[in-house]
Ligand binder design. Structure first.
Ligand code: ADP
Length: 358
């Protein structure tokens, strides 16, 4: 099978900073692949390496089966020869060219004839709803309109791969929601493979067919939205995705039992060969009570956030923040004492390095 993208051992170092630490990844043709992770985890560096804007320190990149970068063999194909389009957060339009020329310029450079240039311009202007602005300059457009022009420019040459680096971050919430729907339409109309960088998980989960969760220059997990949410493979993913994310409790072995903070706690399914583990428990599986009891931990109320007919309750405890989802909630004072009750079986268990155990 030919993949749209194949990365093997992709590494990028800047002086003492490792931006990508040996990334292996495949993206299927026609995928909408979202790179999701906190700021500084290497998303943009990965995208820029695929685009050819950032030469890797080591490793190889194949696009559509063709090597475009291979450090060991001295291969580096120029960005313009990689059959891809790129859209940045900052739009990056030429300020002294009209919208028409901004879109048509890359076609002209590529040697596309005048008649075809005109046809493509009309086609993408219609697709992105910018036909009335073709004679304007970028400064005469709103942020949303400028980003439409940048997208139109990237798709005009009909690349088989489109790279988006946080393209909606500068837009207001309403516009972001609209643009997400339009990007999905664009994806199905063009049939292009899309790689989309964001730190916003709602954006990721509403658009992706494949989510790649990154942290510290590595891939933590790669899969469908459903698998990332329901079956996190690392403690990082468990604590990062979900709104709010699941709770992680650090447990320490104490003889044949386990302690959480300074309290003995009887949980099942904890692996015998480990001294410390992290147990994941979803907010919906934790109970709240006014009384102490078995598997109950003392906590203090911080805030209640309505969630439909339910409430997410934030608490502080001597083992950190705890989030609980409850059906019924009576208002309380900030700092009032409550007990959280953990279920017998955690939802997942990770080792001290964050790797999934059960
Ligand atoms: P993200 O897109 O996930 O926010 P980046 O890919 O931009 O992360 O950055 C990854 C890491 O590499 C960060 O620690 C960042 O500071 C570093 N980095 C990125 N570009 C450069 C550069 N040109 N010079 C030095 N360090 C860089």
């Amino acid at each position: 099978m030919t993949f749209a993208i194949e990365l093997s051992g992709l590494t990028k170092r800047y002086a003492d900073q490792v931006a990508l630490a040996g990334v292996d990844l495949t993206v299927e043709n026609g995928a909408f692949c979202v790179l999701l992770g906190p700021s500084g985890c290497g998303k943009s560096t990965l995208l820029r390496a695929v685009a050819g804007l950032e030469p890797p320190t080591s490793g190889a990149i194949r696009l559509g089966g063709k090597p475009v970068a291979d450090v060991a063999h001295g291969v580096h194909v120029a960005p313009g020869m990689r059959d891809l389009g790129m859209v940045f957060q900052s739009y990056a339009l030429w300020p002294h060219k009209t919208v028409r020329d901004n879109i048509a310029w890359p076609l002209k450079i590529a040697g596309v004839g005048k008649a075809e240039r005109r046809a493509r311009l009309a086609e993408v202007a219609e697709m992105l709803d910018i036909a009335p602005y073709l004679a304007r300059y970028p400064a005469e457009l709103s942020g949303g309109q400028q980003q439409r022009v940048a997208i139109a420019r990237s798709i005009a040459p009909k690349p088989s791969l489109l790279l988006f680096d946080e393209p909606l971050s500068n837009l207001d919430t309403q516009l972001r929601v609209e643009m997400r729907a339009e990007l999905l339409k664009l994806h199905s109309k063009t049939g292009a493979t899309i790689v989309y960088v964001t730190h916003d998980q709602v954006e990721a989960m509403t658009m992706a067919t494949q989510i790649v969760v990154m942290n510290a220059g590595r891939i933590e997990q790669n899969g469908s939205t459903a698998s990332i949410l329901s079956d996190p493979q690392t403690a990082f993913v468990a604590g990062f995705v979900g709104n709010p994310p699941a709770n992680l409790f650090a447990l320490r072995r104490n003889g044949t039992g386990w302690t959480l903070g300074d309290q003995a706690i009887a949980l099942q399914s904890l692996p015998a060969q480990h001294e410390t583990v992290r147990a994941m428990v979803r907010p919906s599986r934790i109970g709240l009570s006014d009384q102490p009891g078995e598997r109950r931990l003392q906590a203090r109320f911080v805030e209640a956030l309505p969630f439909g007919a339910q409430h997410f309750i934030q608490l502080e405890s001597n083992v950190g923040r705890i989030t609980v989802l409850v059906d019924d909630w009576q208002a309380r004072d900030h700092g009032s004492a409550l007990y959280v009750e953990l279920p017998l079986q955690p939802d997942a268990v990770f080792d001290a390095d964050g790797a999934r155990l059960t």
